[in-house]
Design a protein around this ligand. Structure first.
Ligand SMILES: *Cc1c(COP(=O)(O)O)cnc(C)c1O
Length: 387
């Protein structure tokens, strides 16, 4: 089976992890801050905080922006459930903004229209979470302009998009957002096994992110509340945080993987170009990338459309698997999940995302995908779709 996505672990990755295992610190040693600094430098952000998953990063990001009960968080329906769940963890209400059928990202036009309506009824969002689907950045300048006009905060869910750029700006620079979140799950662009990161340029948000991931505890004496001088106070808990820390074993893997990030994204770009070209005469739709974007191609998605082929999405999915081609589906629209339907969402609430769900398939793309395997994917499509 050719997997649709998979990590690449090299001998130097293993050696770096082994070094930590043989060192004095497994958890809070020197490697986590080194990894954070390296990612911050790579993206051009002022602060970066490593955590144990992107889900945790999204949660502390919402808390740092003071999301709570009575507030609204809006995101794309075409995402993993974590982009919405983070708002629910804080007791906020969730709503969605339908996608642009060309980029599959949250549509900035739909966002603008929804904001006009929300303003009329006094239900403006406190936070909007754009998701850079498949690694293609959202229209951040437009979303940022809207945030200034309507006064909401922005958390970029860049779980797919480390290494991507828009208008030559690195995703993660936080130039058009308050916080950017990355995931280092093995299927993402670089991995720490489980892991995530939250980046920001704001000093106050940074201080909150830093303590929320570690129980709400600070150990900087200058920031602690005054206590009697004869008592020992080497740390203070000043708000309710969590144990969301990344450990040095994970960070060593991430730090070494980061060295190959640009190479990985370049390779994914090459695979995408190969597919674009090799699949273009087949009855399917290949993904469109804006010329101002450089996608990290976390996913390569094709659309199976009724007006192009007799085969259904389901049939193509099954036949790919029968031919040992790993295939997946991103995404079932979040609002169609039973949990969200129980909150009141229903079918046809976000028709573009739902149409996309009925047509999309993710086909293999990852750094260890060999040319012969890419050819095999294309040959299989020819066999399935051309009669
Ligand atoms: C993978 C993913 C997440 C969650 O990442 P974890 O690190 O597994 O918590 C969140 N949002 C999106 C869009 C993702 O793809």
């Amino acid at each position: 089976m050719i997997r649709y996505s998979c990590q690449e672990i090299t001998e130097t990755d293993i050696a770096e992890v082994e070094k930590v295992l043989r060192s004095d610190y497994l958890t809070q040693g020197p490697i986590v801050p080194k990894f954070e600094q390296s990612v911050a430098n790579y993206c051009g952000a002022a602060h970066a905080f490593a955590v144990n998953s992107a889900t945790s990063a999204l949660h502390v990001a919402c808390l740092a922006l003071e999301l709570g009960q009575g507030d609204w968080l809006w995101t794309s329906p075409n995402t993993f459930v974590a982009s919405a769940n983070c708002g629910r963890y804080c007791g906020a209400s969730i709503d969605f903004v339908d996608i642009d059928p060309k980029t599959y990202n949250m549509s900035a036009d739909a966002l603008s229209e929804k904001l006009i309506e929300a303003k009329k009824v006094g239900k403006l969002p406190k936070i909007v979470v754009p998701v850079h689907f498949a690694g293609q950045p959202c229209d951040m300048p437009a979303i940022h302009d809207l945030s200034k006009h309507y006064g909401f905060k922005i958390i970029e869910d860049a779980s797919h998009a480390i290494g991507a750029t828009y208008n030559q700006i690195k995703v993660g620079s936080c130039i058009h957002s308050d916080i950017t979140v990355f995931s280092f799950h093995p299927i993402k662009i670089i991995t720490t096994a489980e892991g995530g990161m939250a980046l920001t340029n704001d000093k106050n948000i940074a201080a909150k992110l830093s303590r929320l991931r570690t129980h709400g505890i600070i150990s900087d004496k200058t920031k602690m509340e005054e206590r009697p001088k004869d008592e020992i106070w080497n740390y203070q808990q000043i708000d309710l945080g969590f144990n969301y820390r990344m450990n040095d074993i994970q960070a060593a893997l991430g730090l070494n993987q980061l060295k190959r990030l640009d190479e990985y994204v370049k390779h994914r770009q090459e695979i995408a170009k190969f597919y674009n070209n090799a699949l273009k005469n087949l009855p399917l739709v290949t993904p469109w990338c804006s010329p101002s974007n450089y996608s990290s191609y976390h996913l390569y998605t094709i659309l199976i459309k009724e007006n192009l082929t007799q085969k259904t999405q389901r049939q193509v999915y099954d036949e790919l698997i029968k031919n040992d081609i790993g295939v997946n589906l991103h995404y079932i629209p979040v609002h169609r999940q039973p949990y969200y339907e129980n909150l009141g969402f229903k079918k046809n609430d976000f028709p573009q995302a739902e149409k996309f769900h009925r047509e999309v398939l993710s086909i293999p793309i990852h750094p260890s995908l060999k040319e012969i395997q890419q050819l095999q994917v294309v040959e299989t499509f020819k066999k399935i779709l051309v009669k």
